[in-house]
Write a protein that binds this ligand. Sequence first.
Ligand code: S3P
Length: 179
Amino acid sequence: MADDRHLALIGPMGAGKSSIGRLLAQALQRDCVDLDQLIEAEAGADIALIFELEGEDGFRDRESRALAQVLALTEPRVIACGGGIVVRPENRALLRAHAGIVLLSISVDEQMQRLARDRQRPLLQVQDRRQELVRLARERQAHYNELADLVWPSGQGRPAWIAARLAERLSQPATGAPP
Ligand code: S3P
């Protein structure tokens, strides 16, 4: 993956995009931008409150604006995206045009374990969490796969280990073969 482009981490909730993104950025000597954190900082409110006050559409508008803003930066960043970044076609087009894309993949079972104690994510405040995660995966998986230049399993192991392996892979010279 060319190293003069942004590197975007995409994938489902709980895949470790934020923690792996931070560590990967250190390893690649880049800054990391966590889109959810940027959205919260600009709104002066956390994601849960944004969903409550503006609905999911309001959040998605903010998310699209934040993505465009970060992708317009000239110095390449590692960008940790929210799980729903792939829902809007304009986000997918922007990512495709301006970033190398790594899909951090995780199964629904692994998500259930990782997110068991989560009380923050608005989309998980439902009775049947598994059903919701399966529904989101059905809606999004094809977009994740289609966008990904590289798919990296992240459901097992510590973020530091996953980030170190991924940094190694990304630092290898391109072979001309598909990633
Ligand atoms: C969302 C994922 C969250 C956050 C918001 C919506 C989604 O980010 O953007 O709660 O639609 O999957 P993480 O994937 O970092 O949890």
